[in-house]
Design a protein around this ligand. Structure first.
Ligand SMILES: [Zn+2]
Length: 316
């Protein structure tokens, strides 16, 4: 392929800029103190892992600092690779290395395992660090600043009205769920909803907390429809925007060496178990009475190593 062909092909593969231009500033940040918002439409449930070091907490994190630098850097927060965001359910096949570490930590901490105090401390932290976190992604109208930024092709910026995407943690959700109950109807409906106030409280040296309550007018709940202009706004495609998939292997190789090593051990363990099970099952499937001729047995011995590769025994 000539260079010009290559350029044409490259250009054709680039996303075309639509007349509307690109947008920015769509992710809502909870500010310390009160945030007045209106939830609109359905939320999408995500499961995430925080995988980067946290120097402020003097925490090395799960992955090495280098993995978060450069062009192919990992995001500090990744979607759990075992979570199918399109279906909003757990994947049938588990590939998430962070969840694998979580399962391992749980196994080690089982009372039967009798870990030492030091091991207990290490694996309790690992279990907590690797536990997937549940969040709800929601289109909201940010009453404090209901605008997003539109970029034109010349790099100009313009503030336009638009939905933002809020990330609601389980603590705030507990209160919001209560508001749904209290109101007795779907408060995220555009025609008949209520504004809510989410309060973020930051106390030095303590965990940041979130609470939510309904916005009152006098002493009663203020129920209202979105304005005509607001109803015309297009909600963001939450699954598409929040569903970025990180390659499981990219996370795995970025793990601190000792954690990656744990995964190797865990992998070997389960692979060996699988093969043992397979070897136990195989004779039953064939005829149980048939005795294995000596030659066949020795062949199998020679082939022993192949048994421990993925399909060694199945191919026969
Ligand atoms: Zn996971």
């Amino acid at each position: 392929m000539g260079t010009l062909d290559k350029i044409r092909k490259f250009k054709a593969s680039r996303p075309q800029s639509s007349g509307r231009g690109r947008i920015r500033g769509i992710f809502h940040d909870w500010t310390t103190g009160d945030n007045i918002i209106r939830l609109v439409g359905e939320f999408v449930q995500v499961q995430t892992h925080f995988i980067s070091p946290a120097p402020k907490r003097r925490d090395r994190g799960l992955c090495q600092a280098d993995a978060f630098k450069g062009d192919d850097r990992l995001p500090a927060i990744v979607n759990c690779m075992d979570w199918d965001i399109s279906q909003e359910e757990t994947m049938p096949e588990k590939t998430c290395p962070v969840c694998a570490l979580n399962r391992l930590a749980q196994q080690v901490l089982h009372p039967n395992e009798k870990p030492t105090e030091e091991e207990k401390k290490f694996f309790e932290k690992l279990r907590s660090d690797t536990n997937p976190r549940t969040y709800l992604k929601w289109n909201i109208l940010d009453r404090d600043d209901p605008t997003i930024i539109q970029l034109d092709d010349e790099g100009g910026e313009e503030k336009i009205p638009g939905f933002k995407i809020a990330t609601v943690g389980m603590e705030a959700w507990g209160d919001i769920d209560g508001i749904f109950d209290q109101c007795g109807f779907d408060i995220s409906k555009p025609e008949k909803g209520v504004d809510i106030k989410v309060t973020k409280t930051e106390t030095p040296g303590r965990r940041t907390t979130y609470s939510a309550q309904v916005v009152l007018e006098g002493t009663s709940i203020k129920v209202g429809s979105l304005t005509e202009e607001e109803q015309k706004l297009t909600p963001h495609d939450l699954k598409q925007i929040c569903g970025r998939v990180t390659e499981a292997n990219a996370v795995r190789v970025a793990l601190h060496g000792d954690l990656e090593q744990l995964l190797v051990l865990e992998g070997e363990g389960s692979e060996a178990e699988r093969l043992l099970k397979e070897m136990e099952e195989t004779p039953e499937k064939e005829s149980p009475e048939k005795e294995t001729p000596a030659e066949e047995a020795s062949e199998e011995d020679e082939d022993g190593d192949a048994l421990f590769s993925n399909t060694g025994s199945k191919k026969k």
